[in-house]
Design a binder for this molecule. Sequence first.
Ligand SMILES: Cc1ncc(COP(=O)(O)O)c(C=O)c1O
Length: 403
Amino acid sequence: MINEYKKYLNDTEFYDNSAATVKGEYEHQDILSLEAFEKASKEITSWDDYSITPLVDLKDLASQTGVSKLFYKNEHYRFSLKSFKALGGAYAVANLLIGKLKEKGIIASSKDLLAGTYKDITSKITVSCATDGNHGKSVAWGARSFGCNCEIFIHSHVSVSREKEIAKYGATVNRIDGNYDDSVHFADKTAEEKGYFTVSDTSYEGYTDVPKDVMQGYTIMVDEALKQMACKPTHVFLQGGVGGMAAAVASFILETYGKDSPIFVMIEPTNAACLLQSAKNGKPTVVHGDLETVMAGLSCGEISMLAWKILENKTKGFFTIPDEPIAKVMKYLSNLEEPVVAGESAVAGLAGFMIIQHNESYRKALEIDENSKILFLGTEGDTDSLVYEKMVGKSSADVLKKA
Ligand SMILES: Cc1ncc(COP(=O)(O)O)c(C=O)c1O
């Protein structure tokens, strides 16, 4: 099965970020920190229906690929939203409302918001953001749960089923022309005109506080994963959109393990490789075009400024992959004895690894060998159920019937 991935090598690009002090100390506590994680963890784990998502030990695949361990964190079971994004956007909404109440002299927690204690105040607030699906769903869910209004902006490539998933939580959803980055700019402009509060998962000059909360929320996922692994990873494969998820994971691991941190490898779609291009140029670089890829959550042309600060000197390898292997990995996981429902963006890291294993010089640069213990973040389940069914050949319900 692993041999089926060799042919994709021709459609990839590898950048060895050898200048990076990959194993240096973590020094960005002003952006993300274990201290702020504790606060996020206290809030998020207090929400109804919080539970730890499973970590899957891919034993067969590890032996087929000649490494010691492959662990896959399965975010299909993250609240009812089926993606890790549930942790970030919703947490930032809660924090924003808590901050607004504090301005009025009220000290509240997300539990108070869930109970509707300050609904008379929060119901006058509107949060908004641009999204390619999962982040907007998290913000909409957070707005409904914590008692404020929500307006979401999607771009022309976002599927109708993703649009419906967001609208399900009561948000107003607007579709605009252009790509993800166009929708970010449009959402910002509208928020300014209408007095909305932007809850974005990407950061830029002058807009950093909310995205810090979003990313800090994601660190709950990696805390769970490290506890579940019961051993230290040697490598972490991270798929990148704007880089927020990757930076959150890296920050937590770097601050936890310091000089003994694992090697980080970034995987992006060929058509939306803003992190690889930024690494190559040694500075943030925008990727233009329609950014179209089946990995909808990774379809971003501009990096998150804060995420880049964490990743630029700590990511050893950057690798771009085409769309073709994605369905293959999704199907493989769906056919396991204990089936895993994994969405298009969730399997990018694993797909990248399967291809990299066919190139000796990449393996060498990344120090991947028979002792490697690799962690993958399976960031979503079938968040677009129609696309999932088309790519895997059956619905997630049918896949899980086997279990
Ligand atoms: C399922 C999934 N995985 C990964 C990512 C990438 O996260 P980021 O944009 O923070 O790099 C996203 C972003 O939307 C996503 O939806």
